[in-house]
Design a protein around this ligand. Structure first.
Ligand SMILES: Nc1nc2c(ncn2[C@@H]2O[C@H](COP(=O)(O)OP(=O)(O)O)[C@@H](O)[C@H]2O)c(=O)[nH]1
Ligand SMILES: [Mg+2]
Length: 281
C-alpha cells in the first residue's frame, strides 16, 4: 500500500527539532504501544547526539500486554547507541503518572543533577516531548503539567516563541511537542501509522487501509474480528468487509452493500481499541 507523502515535511520537522535540541537535556519519546516500531524515526539516533531518552510506550491500555517484552527488546536494539535510556508503559489519559515520570527523568539526568548541585547551580533539567502525530504528546504533557501550569501562571501567547513549563523545582518541559515524521517509504510502518491515526485521512486510501488492517489483524490475532463482529468471516478481505457490512445492514440506496461505511467502521473500531489489546510489531 503506497501512501502519498511529502518528504519535505519530515526534513523540516527534523531541522526544527535539531535546532531546539541545543537547549535540551533529555528527550521524552512518545510511542503508540499498538505499533511502537512504526513510530520510530530512522534518523533519530543521529540527531539527538547521545542525550538521555525516556521512551514512553503510550496507550498501553489498548496494546497487547503479552508483547511488551518483545517490544522492549526491539527498542533496545533500535536505541543501542544511546547510553542512557529507560522505557516505561503508560496510559496518559489516567492521572497519577507524574511521580513515576519525574523519578525516571531525574535518574536519567543524574549526572547533570549532581553537577548542578556541586556547582551550587539552580539550573533546570530541560525535557522535550516528541513523537508522531496522535501518539499522545499533548495528553502526556497535560497529564504532567496540567497543575504546574496553573500554579506557575504560565501565559501562552505572552512570551513569543518557546514556552517552558516548570513541572517541579528542578524539571522544565518545553511546552510545544515536537512532531516527528517517520519513514513512510517503509510500507509496513506506513500502514501501521495509518491504523493508529498518525496520517491525515486526505492522503490515505481508507478502503485499502481497511483491507490491510483486516489482513494484519487476522495474521496476528486470528479470531479477534469474528468475536468483535459476532460472525464467522471467510474469504478475501473484501469479502470479509462485505460480510461485516451485511451483518450491520450497511446498505446504500437501492440495496447495494456500503463497503465504504464498513471500512470506516473497522478503522474507527481499531483506533478506539474496540478489538481489545493489539500490538503490531
Ligand atoms: N486510550 C488512550 N488514549 C490516549 C492515550 N494517550 C492519548 N490518548 C488519546 O489519543 C488521542 C491523541 O492524543 P494527543 O495527545 O492529541 O496526541 P498528539 O497528536 O501526539 O498530541 C486523543 O484522543 C487522546 O485522548 C492513552 O494512553 N490511552
Ligand atoms: Mg498534540
Amino acid at each position: 500500500m503506497k501512501i502519498n507523502w511529502f518528504p519535505g515535511h519530515m526534513a523540516k520537522a527534523l531541522r526544527t527539532m535539531k535546532s531546539e535540541l541545543r537547549n535540551i537535556d533529555i528527550i521524552v519519546y512518545i510511542l503508540d504501544a499498538r505499533a511502537p516500531l512504526a513510530c520510530l524515526n530512522p534518523e533519530f539516533n543521529e540527531i539527538i547526539e547521545n542525550k538521555p531518552v525516556l521512551i514512553v510506550l503510550n496507550k498501553v491500555d489498548m496494546a497487547d500486554k503479552s508483547k511488551v517484552s518483545k517490544t522492549r527488546d526491539a527498542l533496545k536494539i533500535f536505541f543501542k547507541n544511546i547510553s542512557a535510556i529507560e522505557i516505561i508503559e503508560l496510559n496518559s489519559t489516567m492521572s497519577g503518572a507524574l511521580k513515576k515520570i519525574l523519578q525516571k527523568i531525574n535518574s536519567l539526568c543524574a549526572e547533570k543533577v549532581k553537577r548542578n548541585r556541586e556547582k551550587g547551580l539552580n539550573a533546570f533539567i530541560k525535557a522535550m516531548v516528541i513523537g508522531v502525530p496522535n501518539s499522545g504528546k499533548s495528553t502526556f504533557i497535560n497529564n504532567l503539567c496540567g497543575k504546574a501550569k496553573t500554579l506557575t501562571g504560565n501565559r501562552p501567547g505572552v512570551t513569543r516563541g518557546k514556552q517552558w513549563v516548570n513541572i517541579t523545582n528542578n524539571i522544565q518541559l518545553l511546552d510545544t511537542p515536537g512532531t516527528l515524521y517517520p519513514n513512510l517509504d517503509d510500507e509496513k510502518s506506513a500502514k501501521y501509522l495509518g491504523y493508529i491515526g498518525s496520517i491525515k485521512d486526505e492522503v490515505l486510501d481508507k478502503n485499502a487501509l481497511a483491507f490491510n488492517l483486516i489482513k494484519d489483524i487476522e495474521d496476528f490475532y486470528p479470531n479477534i474480528l469474528n468475536v468483535k463482529y459476532k460472525i464467522d468471516l471467510t474469504g478475501t478481505p473484501l469479502e470479509k468487509i462485505e460480510q461485516i457490512a451485511k451483518s450491520k445492514s450497511f446498505l446504500k440506496k437501492g440495496g447495494e452493500i456500503d463497503i465504504d461505511r464498513a471500512c470506516s467502521l473497522i478503522l474507527d473500531d481499531f483506533k478506539k481499541g474496540k478489538f481489545g489489546g493489539i500490538t503490531l510489531l
